[in-house]
Design a protein around this ligand. Sequence first.
Ligand code: ADP
Ligand code: MG
Length: 387
Amino acid sequence: MTAVDDARALLTSLTDAPIVGVWSAPGRANLIGEHTDYNEGFVFPFAIAQRTAAAVALRDDDVIRVRSTFSPDAVEVSLAGLDAAIAAGGLDWAGYPLGVAWALRQAAPDAETRGVDIALASDVPVGAGLSSSAAIEGAVASALNDVWNAGLDKVALARVGRVAENDAVGAPTGIMDQMASMLGVADAATFLDCRSLDTRAVPLGFADAGLSILVTDTLVEHAHSTGGYRERRDACERGAAAFGVSSLRDLTVDDLPRAEQILDDVTFRRVRHVITENQRVLDTVAALDADGPSAIGDLLVASHASMRDDFEISVPELDLAVDTALSNGALGARMTGGGFGGAAIALIPTGLVPAATAALRAAFAASGFRAPNIFTVTPSAGARRDV
Ligand code: ADP
Ligand code: MG
């Protein structure tokens, strides 16, 4: 059963009204470009095959009712009471779909809002750094955009998802995840300029080259709200302020010698990560265009070293995952996501995946680390209507 089938079945158990359609949106992995988003820089994520689906039926009243396979309880709010419900908070998981409805109505005031039942199902792992949150936002935003005739394009729907997550759920995230989920293309990654929101789907050619992306989820908890994340953002702001620019996006590798002169050592290394990471994203896109995917391995390795040594957001489990993948045939590997835990990715010949997986399990056991979750992800299509 796919998420689409599961959402359909759940909707049938919820209402006798006919199904209007099913929409779905994927999770994402970030190939390269870490902690660059809030510095208005470059990121390069891809949508994965795992998706969240939203099946919709119309209602005769003005109630939005949401139900997910994650929870036995349906949550319902009247359209008239939606603003108050969002302001009151405490909606738990329902804050994502109801927050999307709320944000969509703000973004498209002429939308023909009406009561709906929305049934949600997903095969995106939650909290594994694959953005199940962007998947649920993208599925619900795509569904309501059509059902309510809101007429928003995919970038506008990504913004709706971000507003829902920031202002309704209260999670201070950038827009990378939503853009990747909305705009994904099979066997391509989305080059995103976080300042202009310009995007380009860049072919990856992994399938033709026989390459896979192997994810090692260390299951080490990462909390963005901890001081570590705040400290990194503050250091970036200090660095930009010292140069009199609005964000580190305005600096390039040519500014590094001066940065080393005017910044303290820690701030300099934080700034050097962001500046060089932006350059690595550009270099990765150029290498893919010119030479194909086997040319990007060293950039992934350099990205990891920069996060480990300059930005100091890696942990021993992530370093072990990267080193073990590299010594078992990976062309490149790096931690992905915000850091302090979470997952690492490796670009590796598909035929080597079983042996590398075994080696990773053995290495984690030998180090006394918790057994990781290891699986491949496939660059896949973005949000769409399925039924
Ligand atoms: P992730 O890294 O997976 O995006 P987040 O904490 O950002 O982790 O988002 C996960 C949260 O999103 C879940 O705890 C839940 O509240 C909500 N969520 C994601 N997918 C679903 C779903 N299919 N049904 C209900 N809630 C979901
Ligand atoms: Mg998330």
